[in-house]
Design a protein around this ligand. Structure first.
Ligand code: ARG
Length: 451
C-alpha cells in the first residue's frame, strides 16, 4: 500500500479490506488539477505567513507545477494504491522534494482541501456545461430557421389541441435551456471558494491575512484568476461540512436532464409511423438484431432513461447529508460519484442531442395530413362566434354540439350546408366558417405571443 497522510498513532497495519473499502482514488482522481491549484495557493500563503522560506517555496511551487504539467500532457500516472488523489499528489511531491513535501500540510487538512478542489471543479465544469447548453440552443434555433413556415398540431394531454408553429414548439426548449443555463450560472456564482478552515477549527493564520495572501497568490496563477475568488472561511465548521453546492448542482442538472428527456420523448413520438412528423438521421439511430426493418431512436430513449439516473444521484447526495453531525464525516466522500456522474451524463446528452437535432428532417406532407383534423379549429369557431357577440361559454357549447354532430354523423363541418349550421347558431355563416379551417389563419389569429 502507498504511504498514507496519517498513521503515527497506529501500531497495526490497516486491513487490506479497509484500504480497499475506504479509498476514493478511483473517482476523485478527477480533482487532481484543482487540488494542485489549491496547493500552489497554499504554498504562497505559507510563505507569506512565515512558515516557508523563499527557497522552499520555489522548490515546492515548481514541483507542484511540474506535476500539473504532467497531468496536462497525459503523463501523470495515478497510483491506484493511494487512499485518494490528495495522498497520491503528496506522495509524488515527496519523490520530487523529499522531506520538504511534509511542510505543505502546515495549516491545512484534507477536509478543507477536498471542499476547495470540489468547488473549483464544479465552477470549471459548470462553465463547460453552459457552453454545451449554448451549442444545443444553437442547434435547435438552426432547425427552427430551416423549417420556420411549418405549422403542426399542438397538443394538450397528447390530444390534438390547436395548430402552432413548429418553431414556437421547439423554442419552448430554447426557453427551458436558457433557464437551465442561468440557473447553473447563478449556482456557480454563489459558490464561495473558501480556504483556511483546517480540519474544522481554523488554522493559526489570521483570516484577513489569509484572504489577502490568497488573492495575491491567485493573481500569480493567471490561468485561473478569472474563474473564481477565494474567501477566507467565515465559519470553519460549516466550510468543511457544507455540501449544499453539490446538492444544488445535482439538482440543477436533474432539471436539465428532465428537460432533455421531454425533448427526447417528443422526438420519439414524432418519429413513429403513427405520427411521422420527423425523420431522425440514420447516423443517430440503431437497428434490431432480429427485425431487419427497424430503425430505432435509442439515443433519445437513453436520454429519457438517464433522467432517472440523475434523480437517483440527487436523492443519494440529499440522503447522504441528512443525518450527519457536524463537521466532516467520511460519508461525504460519497458525494463525488453522483456529482461527477451527473456532469458527465448531462454533458454527453447535450452533445449528442445537438448533433441529432441538426439532422432532423420534417415531413411536411404527413404533417399537413394531420392538420386536416377539423377538431384543431374548433376553438377558432368559438372565437369567431365571440367576435359576433356570442358569450364565450355559449359559443363553447354551440361548437361542442357542432363537433359532436359532425363525429356522430360522419360529416365534416366544412361540408355542412348553411341551413344545418344555422341550427346550431344563426350567427354561423358557411362561407366564413370554411375559411377558419386553415392552419395559417389559425396561428395568425393568435396575437399574445411575440414572433
Ligand atoms: N478522500 C476523502 C474525501 O474525499 C478525504 C478526506 C478524508 N478526511 C478525513 N478526515 N479522513 O472525503
Amino acid at each position: 500500500m502507498a504511504k498514507k497522510l496519517w498513521g503515527g498513532r497506529f501500531s497495526k497495519k490497516t486491513d487490506p479490506l479497509v484500504e480497499e473499502f475506504t479509498k476514493s482514488i478511483q473517482y476523485d482522481q478527477k480533482l487532481a488539477k484543482c487540488d494542485l491549484i489549491g496547493s500552489r495557493i497554499h504554498v504562497k500563503i505559507l510563505e507569506k505567513s512565515g512558515y516557508l522560506k523563499p527557497k522552499e517555496v520555489s522548490l515546492l511551487y515548481n514541483a507542484l507545477l511540474s506535476i500539473a504539467h504532467s497531468i496536462n500532457s497525459g503523463k501523470f500516472k495515478i497510483d491506484g494504491k493511494c487512499e485518494d488523489i490528495h495522498t497520491n499528489i503528496q506522495n509524488i511531491l515527496y519523490t520530487k522534494v523529499g522531506d520538504l513535501a511534509l511542510k505543505l500540510h502546515t495549516a491545512r487538512s484534507r477536509n478543507d482541501q477536498v471542499v476547495f478542489a470540489t468547488k473549483l471543479y464544479c465552477k470549471l465544469n459548470i462553465s463547460e456545461l453552459r457552453d454545451n447548453i449554448a451549442k444545443l440552443i444553437n442547434s435547435v434555433i438552426g432547425i427552427t430557421e430551416k423549417n420556420k413556415d411549418i405549422i403542426i398540431p399542438g397538443f394538450t394531454h397528447l390530444q390534438h389541441a390547436q395548430p402552432v408553429y413548429l418553431k414556437d414548439y421547439l423554442w419552448a426548449y430554447v426557453e427551458m435551456s436558457e433557464r437551465d443555463s442561468e440557473r447553473l450560472d447563478y449556482i456557480s456564482k454563489n459558490i464561495k471558494i473558501t480556504m483556511g478552515a483546517g480540519a474544522l477549527a481554523g488554522t493559526p493564520i489570521d483570516a484577513v491575512e489569509y484572504n489577502l495572501k490568497a488573492i495575491e497568490a491567485l493573481s500569480e496563477i493567471k490561468d485561473f484568476n478569472k474563474v473564481f475568488n477565494i474567501q477566507p472561511t467565515s465559519n470553519s465548521l460549516d466550510s468543511v461540512s457544507d455540501r449544499d453546492f453539490v446538492i444544488e448542482i445535482v439538482s440543477a442538472l436533474s432539471i436539465v436532464a428532465m428537460h432533455l428527456s421531454r425533448l427526447a420523448e417528443d422526438l420519439i413520438i414524432w418519429s413513429t409511423k403513427e405520427f411521422d412528423f420527423v425523420e431522425i438521421d440514420e447516423a443517430f439511430c440503431t437497428g434490431s438484431s432480429l427485425m431487419p426493418q427497424k430503425k430505432n431512436a435509442d439515443v433519445l430513449e437513453l436520454v429519457r432513461g438517464y433522467a432517472g439516473r440523475l434523480y437517483g444521484n440527487l436523492v443519494s447526495v440529499l440522503t447522504m447529508m441528512k443525518g450527519l453531525p457536524l463537521t466532516y464525516n467520511r460519508d461525504m466522500q460519497l458525494d463525488k460519484e453522483p456529482l461527477f456522474n451527473s456532469f458527465e451524463i448531462v454533458s454527453s446528452e447535450l452533445k449528442v442531442l445537438a448533433g441529432l437535432i441538426k439532422t432532423l428532417k420534417f415531413n411536411r406532407a404527413k404533417i399537413e395530413e394531420h392538420l386536416k383534423d377539423e377538431g384543431l379549429y374548433a376553438t377558432d369557431i368559438v372565437y369567431y362566434l365571440v367576435d359576433k357577440k356570442v358569450p364565450f361559454k355559449e359559443a363553447h357549447t354551440i361548437v361542442g354540439k357542432l363537433v359532436k354532430y359532425s363525429l356522430d354523423n360522419n360529416i365534416e363541418i366544412k361540408a355542412m350546408p348553411e341551413g344545418l349550421l344555422k341550427k346550431f347558431s344563426g350567427k354561423l355563416v358557411k362561407k366564413e366558417v370554411v375559411k377558419l379551417f386553415d392552419p395559417l389563419v389559425s396561428v395568425k389569429s393568435k396575437k399574445s405571443i411575440k414572433r
